[in-house]
Design a binder for this molecule. Structure first.
Ligand code: DP6
Length: 364
């Protein structure tokens, strides 16, 4: 598919006002997206587990307005007007206007709430942008004839729009594993939108757990945009992008046969490579904190001593995602409580697991 296929023909219906609500989860990358070209095109393919508990619910209310020269919207987080979110949404609207030509015809009220605290160091951009993109697609569906917006088109275009808001957001619409970015061995994968992982997945990966240890709840030291930018001209970028393709290739067989040992090798290496890229860019950053390393070392010791398949991954920050299979959940959870929680800021952590994607919340 090409971008042009997401430009709608003229709309057939007229709607004065309405409102839609979608709830969309966060996701955690196993092979990381780090580095992008213009228009939010990733430098390498990535794959993520869709999460379940960490999510954003957004209600988008819209009403026709007279002046159609500019965007008009208000944003509320947990019921409070949030003007500092406006520039990001204005940029998003500008990027998607060609694909949603109705945007300037309405005034929008965007009411959003996250299940996780805003100051948890967990980015809400993936869940937030995907929930908003889905609400916008619900409006487009109403404005179009039923045949124009099929279920497949709806989800692909919502993911396409979400990507233009925040790259990783395009992996949050479906579950339980989503690929984003062209990969030779995955037919249907695309740089333009997330694609539900199409191959066999061993039962051991079903219901996988992700306990998020909140090591540092502060604002990100480096925004994703700046971080991605550091990959331009990075001395190791080319090799890194190649490595992501190879790691995704290896995961195909790992998912099929349930090879947890190699899964761990790839997932942890991806996390450390992401951080290595930031340590070796110019300017350079260390985004881990001492407690991040304490946790990693504890996990390695525990794995050695018990034969457990617990492992970690990291985002572009200090928090640690502890991943483990359902059949080891009890033992690993005990370990987390007794040995790892002490390294969390105020003892805070979030229990999450693999989920199945976004849901529309229907009114009464
Ligand atoms: C480290 O999706 O937040 O979480 O496209 O600039 O919004 P933008 O970046 P963003 O980057 C996420 C990077 C990552 C890895 C990943 O999720 O694949």
């Amino acid at each position: 598919m090409t971008e042009e296929q997401f430009i709608p023909k003229t709309y057939s219906e007229i709607i004065e006002s309405g409102s839609y609500t979608w709830s969309s989860p966060s996701n955690i990358a196993l092979v990381k997206y780090w580095g992008k070209r213009d228009n939010q095109i990733p430098e390498n393919p990535s794959i993520s587990f869709t999460l379940d508990a960490c999510k954003t619910t957004t209600t988008l209310s819209f009403s026709k307005k007279g002046n159609q020269d500019s965007f008009s919207f208000d944003v509320f987080l947990d019921g409070k007007q949030q003007d500092d979110f406006k520039p990001k949404i204005e940029t998003f609207f500008k990027r998607i206007e060609a694909y949603l030509p109705f945007l300037k015809n309405y005034h929008f009220k965007i009411e959003t709430a996250n299940t996780f605290p805003h100051s948890s160091g967990i980015a809400s951009s993936a869940s937030g942008m995907s929930a908003l993109a889905l609400c916008l697609m619900s409006i487009e569906k109403d404005l179009s004839t039923p045949l124009e917006v099929t279920k497949d088109y709806f989800i692909k275009k919502a993911s396409f729009l979400a990507r233009l808001g925040s790259g990783s957001a395009c992996r949050s619409l479906e579950g339980d594993l989503v690929v984003w970015g062209n990969h030779d061995e995955i037919d249907g994968s695309s740089d333009l939108f997330g694609f539900k992982y199409p191959f066999e997945v061993h039962d051991v990966f079903k219901n996988y757990h992700d306990t998020i240890l909140l090591v540092d709840k502060g604002e990100k030291q480096v925004s994703s945009t700046v971080g991605h930018g550091l990959m331009h001209g990075h001395p190791f970028a080319k090799e890194r992008f190649k490595q992501a393709h190879i790691n995704l290739s290896s995961l195909i067989n790992i998912f099929k046969i349930g090879d947890l040992k190699t899964f761990i090798d790839i997932v942890e290496s991806e996390a450390l490579t992401l951080h290595a890229m930031m340590m070796t860019s110019m300017p350079y950053f260390i985004l881990m904190k001492p407690n991040t390393l304490e946790i990693i070392n504890k996990i390695w010791t525990f794995r050695k001593e018990t034969g457990s398949h617990v492992c970690f991954t990291l985002d572009a920050g200090a928090n640690v995602h502890v991943l483990y299979p359902e059949n080891e959940a009890e033992q690993v959870y005990e370990f987390i409580k007794s040995e790892l929680v002490a390294y969390c800021q105020n003892g805070h952590y979030i229990c999450d697991r693999i989920g199945f994607g976004a849901k529309e919340i229907l009114g009464d």
